[in-house]
Design a protein around this ligand. Sequence first.
Ligand code: NAD
Length: 431
Amino acid sequence: MSKVAVIGGGYVGLTTAACLADLGNHVTVVDIDKDKIAQLKRQQVPFYEPGLRELVERNSNAGRLHFTTSYMDAVPGAEYAIIAVSTPEGESGEADLSYVEAAATSIADHMDGPLVVVNKSTVPPLTGDMVSRVLKKRNSHHAATVVSNPEFLREGSAIHDFMHPDRIVVGSHDPEAARKVAELYAPLEAPVLITPNIYTAEMVKYASNAFLATRISFINEIAMISERVGADAKLVAEGMGLDKRIGPAYLDTGIGYGGSCLPKDVAALAALAERFDYHPGMLHAVMDINRDQRMLAIDKLRECLETLQERVIGLLGLAFKPNTDDLREAPSLDIAKVLLAAGAQVRAFDPAAMERTRVLLPDVEYMADAYDLAAGADAIVIVTEWNEFRHLDMSRVKQLMRRPVIVDGRNIYDPSTMKGLGFTYRGIGRE
Ligand code: NAD
């Protein structure tokens, strides 16, 4: 079993650390966020991720999982240092690599022997070389080898995704180091792709996320055409997805993708292409369609309500997707801001994300549940497709509302059932 330092205790770092500890490794998480580490030491997980608290508790109690704010407690003696810090969007779309650089600097300052530095943060090709340069420059006494090992887990099913990955991708200029990283995952019995240079592994992650975003923008473009010709885009997507060459995933029509990954990764790949004098026309189209798609909910509300001024509008769902409280690039934030600016009274309910949203949107009224949200509302917008919203008593919702207008931004309801109940119902790409 190996001694592992995980740098960054966010969604990816904490999941990685807890899962690797569960596989029997001795893992220490180092994070610069003192509050986060204090919570983790109390076995509290600072964000919502199903099953993670139990995994942290089990492995902390077994003495395999530790938390610290000091690199000194994590890096000396470790065989692997896994970088899982944030790589947010920079000012002109490029990936901001300052956290990765800072992590590499701190690793270099504390390593006391040969070390495999694993980059799990999503970074553009050539970043591994930058990390290598930092390590060499700061610490000439000990050799560190950099391996790219992108992460593909999804928030909301992070533990399952980590433990049952479709594939493990590792790439390094040093094949021995890449194989050593692959060994960490041997108990998972997943297909392993070892790429003979680091750039290819780094690129697999960006290409995968850009492709997933492309599928969503593609189906949303089909939805816009379907809406105009009287086709039902949800069924069109279903019909396409049954084709084995296409498959059903990421063909959900709606108000577009959000979250901490797809928006920034598509932007970063486009920025990288521009840096190398290539105009990424398709990536720009993907981003443009997604931006327009968010505002569709507003257009549909205007159409149904004539004006937004003083209308009471309920947002059902705030997180960027179900089973998380993550609000990064969530469509709900843009939609709420536009509605507030137009003079609407905005209220919201989300099973997990209200506490975080309160800080970002203090002018929104936060409700106890979906029925509380419906009482006296002029319209409801389905923003996040939480499962519990699929099973609401819609007759009761209709009775509670002042006007029975539903804009279903995620196409979770059946249009004819909703119309049968007396709602003015607008889906995306279907009537
Ligand atoms: P996050 O913001 O939840 O966590 C990052 C953590 O790193 C924070 O706790 C922060 O305090 C810490 N940190 C920042 N600088 C540090 C430093 N110098 N030393 C120690 N800790 C530091 O981010 P995340 O969602 O876990 O994403 C991490 C990376 O993984 C990103 O590159 C992201 O693109 C990628 N990724 C994310 C997901 C996802 O679903 N969230 C999936 C795959 C890949």
